[in-house]
Design a protein around this ligand. Structure first.
Ligand SMILES: Nc1ncnc2c1ncn2[C@@H]1O[C@H](COP(=O)(O)OP(=O)(O)OP(=O)(O)O)[C@@H](O)[C@H]1O
Length: 232
């Protein structure tokens, strides 16, 4: 469904990720783990087309993805970048409307749908996005990504800077959209408990490459790996 094959890329002349291959099947929720700076965000930017590929390919829904990020979004690639990008000076409603319209979907219908799916946004509908709490902004960023009706959703550290009660809510939301909307999910994270609660499978990155692939039960049992990933 979603496949990255032999990805090599980075910034300018600096190569960060080398020969990375991963896949996410339809309906799967997969975690991308690894300590700070191993290249998780860079791999996500590679997948979205935001950095130039030195080598490798991306397939979305069985189709070879063209280089343009906008075309990749049209093929069904949703992306929530690290730091939950929202337009701070637009209202919550406008943020969702712009995202829907960018992929050719009806803005009004999409806003109504997202408000139904994320009730915590309802009382904030006409508030400026910049005034929301970190957790609320993360949910808004997620609804913006969903507004393009993705087949695969990439999330870059969605729990960063988010309070525990909202992290639990987010885990619930991701499980729900994965199941009900049948959206495959790839989530880059440092929060192991969060990943263990939602992901079926995980890739572990180290120094710009995939070190291993593991499933939830093996990861849960592998205390040494957990300690290593947590850096303790
Ligand atoms: N815009 C950029 N220009 C140049 N180098 C960058 C840029 N962004 C990241 N890097 C470098 O790429 C390497 C991998 O960073 P990346 O953000 O992909 O790691 P990460 O695993 O996502 O870590 P984190 O959890 O800190 O985001 C780091 O050495 C970082 O300094």
């Amino acid at each position: 469904m979603f496949k990255i094959t032999a990805a090599t890329g980075g910034y300018g002349k600096t190569t960060i990720i080398r020969d990375v291959s991963i896949n996410v099947k339809a309906g799967e929720m997969v975690a991308l783990l690894g300590r700070n700076g191993v290249g998780k965000s860079t791999l996500m930017r590679y997948a979205t087309g935001l950095i130039k590929a030195e080598a490798g390919t991306v397939e979305i829904g069985g189709e070879r993805a063209p280089p343009s990020p906008a075309k990749r979004a049209r093929l069904g690639l949703g992306y929530v970048p690290q730091g939950r990008f929202v337009f701070p000076r637009m209202t919550v409603t406008e943020n969702i409307a712009v995202a829907a319209a960018s992929n050719g979907f009806d803005a009004k219908e999409t806003v109504a749908e997202m408000m139904e799916d994320f009730p915590l946004l309802q009382p904030k509908a006409n508030d400026l996005a910049g005034g929301l709490s970190g957790g609320q902004q993360q949910i808004l960023a997620l609804s913006r990504a969903l507004a393009i009706r993705p087949k695969i959703l990439l999330l870059d550290e969605p729990t960063e800077g988010v309070q525990p009660s909202i992290i639990d809510e987010m885990a619930g939301v991701l499980k729900r959209i994965n199941k009900d909307r049948e959206i495959a999910i790839l989530v880059a994270e440092q929060n192991l408990d969060f990943c263990l609660s939602i992901a079926d499978r995980a890739y572990v990155m180290e120094k710009g490459a995939i070190r291993m692939e593991t499933d939830r039960d093996s990861l849960r049992a592998d205390k040494a790996l957990q300690q290593e990933l947590l850096g303790v």
